[in-house]
Write a protein that binds this ligand. Sequence first.
Ligand SMILES: [Zn+2]
Length: 83
Amino acid sequence: MLNICKNCGSNQIRVTDSREKRDHIYRRRDCIKCKAKFSTREISEQEYKRIKKIEADFIEQVRNFTKKLDADAQQRFFDKIIS
Ligand SMILES: [Zn+2]
């Protein structure tokens, strides 16, 4: 959620800066209640879908890779990426 403070949960967020970048819009936000500062990046629907697709393809590749491993090797693989 872009308009909820991650610190206090307030929805009184103010945008203090907004910058258009090459592939996204960067916004600096301030919580009016607790003064926490954070930033968000807004990307286009098209760009979002493109990134999601890359992510899904990557997960698929990892799945296919681990399928070829035996149970012990799978365990070692997951232990390694979790730690
Ligand atoms: Zn807050």
